[in-house]
Design a protein around this ligand. Structure first.
Ligand code: BG6
Length: 489
């Protein structure tokens, strides 16, 4: 989406620099950009956090993280270049006057300031006010916001308003890290660089679509945070809807942020509402109970450390989503995502329609329809299931279902898999918003998600239990079986 040109000098200011996201993802991503020579030589990385540390201590923390979270050996020369960029500033985010200290730290001159808010959204407003009072916001500065942007439509409007008082939409980069994943980006190429799929991508050719984002991890020590959110807010409102939009959108005129985001927005707005009237037919929510993963016993959600044993929060969601537009009318998109499922496994399966007439009845009574599987992670790749003749002289033609398999690791074996945050950091530095979520998209997604959450609350039903290590509650099988279809597993 962008050229890999080196951008102008930036001051990359990470608020919450000592937090989990920064340590695991942001700092390693910046290091990898350094390895690729993609950071302007004059750019600096300013870590901001509440804790007292001097620069040497901060550098030691960063080095420790890079060692832990980067698989490859660190290169001494590159590391020296990278650490020379580091600056640390202790700050009380809620105290506007303390932002003057940051003003003293930040370079004067032509650098673009990139403010990365890697903190809870509740303090985005305070940070903006502090930056403003220290006169640290100019027209070409950028702000990067992590999800969750709110908990509902109302709270997302509140957060966006707090930030938009100081930053224009064109300066605002809302992260959904799925948009930085190689395989998610490849959806654009698959759909719009291959006429085979461009022309067969609608209700005339496609029977239904399945999107599965299964995780084997549980809530990883974040019980309090997760329990407020649940899988609907944590995964569906953002990651799954972004995948769905890219899959279902009309061809954008080009790859600019305006074109791509406008098309994605239309999809979310065309989603058929799910509410009290149809909630039972269209959704399933589940919660994992004690079970086994790879033979090891793991606790259920309510038995995790810090759990409130009465919680009704869902850790699994399955939804039959429908898009009310000309292209997709009548084509269900079955979405499924959960924690503590059998394995980490994310894929999209496009089920094409069956042949209208079978001339191979003698050897194959039920011709299976073609299936296009897009493996998002792990084992990234694309696979097309199709029928083929079995070679041989037998008078009766024998046919078989086979697959064309494009495995990314085999095809591009020299290429390191780029982490989503590397791509997204680079796009921020280059000032390209196409991989970031617009305010309109976030709000349209909340409208749809809020209606589902509200309908669940109105039924007051507990989520269906499923054993950790399984594919989710049995009712998710029924959700799709009611339409004479089944999940691909
Ligand atoms: C995050 C969610 O946005 O995405 C986590 O908050 C989830 O709960 C994670 O585990 C999944 O990301 P990935 O890249 O591992 O699929």
């Amino acid at each position: 989406m962008s050229t890999l040109d080196c951008q102008a000098a930036s001051e990359i200011v990470i608020f919450g620099a000592l937090g989990d996201l920064s340590r695991r993802k942001l700092l390693p991503a910046l290091y990898q950009l350094e390895v690729c020579g993609l950071i302007n030589e004059k750019s600096r990385i300013v870590g901001v956090a509440r804790q007292e540390h001097d620069l040497e201590e901060f550098k030691a923390i960063v080095l420790d993280n890079l060692t832990n979270f980067i698989k490859e050996d660190l290169d001494e020369k590159i590391l020296a270049r990278f650490t020379a960029r580091l600056v640390y500033q202790q700050l009380d985010f809620k105290e506007a006057s303390s932002f003057n200290l940051l003003a003293e730290t930040l370079a004067e001159g032509n650098s673009t300031r990139v403010y990365y808010f890697s903190t809870p959204p509740a303090i985005y407003g305070d940070i903006c006010k502090g930056l403003n009072s220290a006169q640290l916001i100019c027209d070409n500065d950028r702000v990067v916001m992590e999800k969750p942007i709110g908990h509902s439509l109302d709270s997302s409007i509140e957060i966006n308003n707090q930030v938009s008082e100081f930053f224009k939409e064109s300066q605002t980069y809302r992260i959904d890290h799925y948009l930085g994943k190689e395989t998610v980006l490849n959806l654009l190429v698959l759909r719009f660089a291959n006429s085979l799929f461009t022309t067969n991508w609608d209700r005339n050719s496609i029977d239904h679509v399945q999107i599965t984002v299964a995780e084997s991890v549980g809530i990883e020590g974040r019980w309090g945070f997760y329990d407020e959110a649940g899988q609907m807010r944590d995964m569906v409102q953002n990651h799954l809807l972004q995948i769905l939009s890219l899959l279902a959108m009309e061809p954008p005129a080009d790859l600019s942020a305006d074109s791509v985001r406008a098309e994605k927005l239309k999809v979310v707005k065309a989603l058929q509402p799910i509410n009290r009237d149809n909630i039972k037919d269209k959704t399933v929510r589940g919660q994992y109970s004690d079970g086994y993963l790879k033979g090891v016993s793991v606790p259920g959600y309510l038995n995790e450390v810090g759990a409130n044993t009465n919680s009704n929060t869902e850790t699994f969601v399955a939804i039959k989503a429908e898009i009310d537009n000309w292209r997709w009318k009548g084509v269900p998109f079955y979405l499924r995502t959960g924690k503590r499922m059998t394995k980490k496994h994310s894929e999209i399966v496009i089920h094409f329609k069956e042949q209208p007439h079978n001339i191979f009845k003698d050897s194959y009574s039920d011709l299976p329809a073609n299936k296009l599987t897009i493996r998002l992670q792990p084992d990234e790749g694309v696979e097309l299931q199709m029928m083929n003749k079995i070679p041989g002289i037998a008078s009766q033609m024998k046919i078989q279902e086979n697959k064309l398999d494009l495995s990314f690791s085999e095809t591009y074996n020299d290429e390191r898999v780029v982490d989503a945050y590397e791509r997204l950091m680079l796009e921020v530095l280059n000032g390209n918003q196409s991989l970031f979520v617009s305010r309109d998209e976030v709000e349209a997604a909340w409208v749809w998600a809020d209606s589902i959450i509200e309908a669940w609350q109105s039924t007051n039903e507990a989520p269906k239990p499923y054993a950790a290590g399984s594919w989710g509650p049995v009712s998710s099988i029924s959700l799709i079986a009611r339409d004479d279809r089944q999940w691909v597993e």
